[in-house]
Design a protein around this ligand. Structure first.
Ligand SMILES: Cc1ncc(C[n+]2csc(CCOP(=O)(O)OP(=O)(O)O)c2C)c(N)n1
Ligand code: SF4
Ligand SMILES: [Mg+2]
Length: 312
C-alpha cells in the first residue's frame, strides 16, 4: 500500500462512528480511528476484554463500522488464528485479520495465545495499544505499567520495570515488529500499511496515552505521546526480518543531549506525582541503558549489510 505523507491523504471515510463511549482525549480511541483509516474496511478486528470493548459499544449499539469479534481476555492470538484459518478455508484472500488488544490483554494474560500465533506464523497484524494499565477495570497495574507509576494497585508507584514486549515479539523471529505512538499518527498509519503487505505475523506496539489513567488533562494526549518519544522513554523503531532500524524522530536521539528532560514528560501526569529524585535518576539510567542497547543493535545490523560483490 502507498505510503501516506500528509494527514490530508488519509481516507475521509469514518469507520469508528460518532458517539462512542471513550473518555475525552482517549489515545486508544484516536488510534483505532487511525487504524481504520490506514487499513480501510476490508478487515476483521479481534478485540478481547479491554476499554475498546466499551468504546465499540455495548450490545445492541456499536461504533464500529467494520466486522469485529469480541473474545475472551486471554485469547486474541487464538481467536485471530481461527479466523485466519476460516478465511483460508473459504478462499477469502482480501480480508486482513487484525488483533487489537490492550497491554494487560497482551503482555499479561494474552501472551501465551499471542506467542503461539506468532510461532505458527499466523498471517495477521497484532496491535498492542498500551495505555500502561488495566483501564477497563479501573486502572490496575499491568506488566507494561512503567516503574514509578501510580495505579490503583500500586498506590505508592510501581516497583517493577515495564516488560520489553516488542523485543519479546522480535525474539519470535516474525517478519515485522514495530513500535508506534499516538503522538505520531502518520508513523503509525504507515507502519500499519507496511504490515498489511507482509505475509506472516506482524506485531505493532503502540504507546497510547490515557488521560483518565495517566491523570492528565484531556488536551495533553498528543503532547504526552510526543514527549514520551522526545525524552527517549519510548523509541520508534522497526525490526524487519530481524533488522533493527530506528525511525524519525528517534533516529536523532542517540546523542543524550538531544533528548528532552524526563521531567517534562512526568510533570503533567498525576500518576508520576510520587516520583522522588532517586526514582527519576533510576529511570534516566534505564533510558540511557536502552539507548546503548539500541546503538549496539543498529550497529550490528549495519555490519550485517551484504558486502557488494568483489569487495569481500
Ligand atoms: C479472565 C479474565 N480476567 C479478568 C477480566 C476482567 N478484565 C476485563 S478488561 C480487563 C483489563 C484490560 O486491561 P488492558 O488489556 O490493559 O486494556 P484496557 O482496559 O487498558 O484498554 C480486565 C482485568 C476478564 N474479562 N477476564
Ligand atoms: S480509561 Fe483510558 S484508554 Fe480507557 S477509554 Fe478512558 S482514556 Fe481511553
Ligand atoms: Mg491497558
Amino acid at each position: 500500500m502507498r505510503r501516506v505523507v500528509t494527514i490530508k491523504e488519509l481516507s475521509k471515510e469514518e469507520y469508528l462512528l460518532k458517539g462512542h463511549a471513550a473518555c475525552a482525549g482517549c489515545g486508544p480511541a484516536i488510534s483505532l480511528r487511525l487504524l481504520f483509516k490506514a487499513l480501510g474496511n476490508k478487515i476483521m478486528l479481534v478485540v478481547p476484554a479491554c476499554c475498546t470493548t466499551v468504546i465499540q459499544g455495548p450490545y445492541p449499539y456499536t461504533s464500529s463500522a467494520v466486522p469485529l469479534q469480541n473474545i475472551l481476555f486471554e485469547s486474541t492470538g487464538a481467536a485471530a488464528s481461527g479466523i485466519v484459518a476460516a478465511l483460508k478455508a473459504r478462499k477469502i484472500q482480501d480480508v486482513t485479520v487484525v488483533g487489537w488488544a490492550g497491554d494487560g490483554g497482551t503482555a499479561d494474560i494474552g501472551i501465551q495465545a499471542l506467542s503461539g500465533a506468532a510461532e505458527r506464523g499466523t498471517d495477521f497484524i497484532y496491535v498492542c495499544y498500551d495505555n500502561e494499565a488495566y483501564g477497563n477495570t479501573g486502572m490496575q497495574r499491568s506488566g507494561l505499567t512503567p516503574y514509578g507509576a501510580w495505579t490503583t494497585t500500586t498506590p505508592t508507584g510501581k516497583r517493577e520495570v515495564k516488560k520489553d514486549m516488542p523485543m519479546i515479539m522480535a525474539a519470535h523471529r516474525i517478519p515485522y515488529v514495530a513500535t508506534a505512538c499516538t503522538g505520531y499518527p502518520l508513523d503509525f498509519v504507515n507502519k500499519l500499511r507496511k504490515a498489511k503487505e507482509i505475509k506472516g505475523t506482524k506485531y505493532i506496539h503502540l504507546l497510547a496515552p490515557c488521560p483518565t489513567g495517566w491523570r492528565c488533562d484531556t488536551s495533553k494526549t498528543i503532547e504526552l505521546g510526543r514527549l514520551a518519544v522526545l525524552t527517549g522513554l519510548w523509541a520508534l523503531y522497526e525490526v524487519e526480518n530481524g533488522k533493527f532500524k530506528l525511525n524519525s524522530p528517534s533516529d536523532r536521539l542517540f546523542d543524550k543531549t538531544k533528548r528532552k528532560p524526563l521531567k517534562e514528560y512526568f510533570a503533567p501526569q498525576g500518576r508520576f506525582r510520587g516520583l522522588k529524585q532517586e526514582d527519576i535518576e533510576r529511570i534516566q539510567k534505564s533510558v540511557d541503558d536502552d539507548w546503548e542497547r539500541f546503538r549496539r543493535l543498529a550497529a550490528s545490523c549495519e555490519a550485517q549489510e551484504p558486502v557488494p560483490e568483489g569487495k569481500s
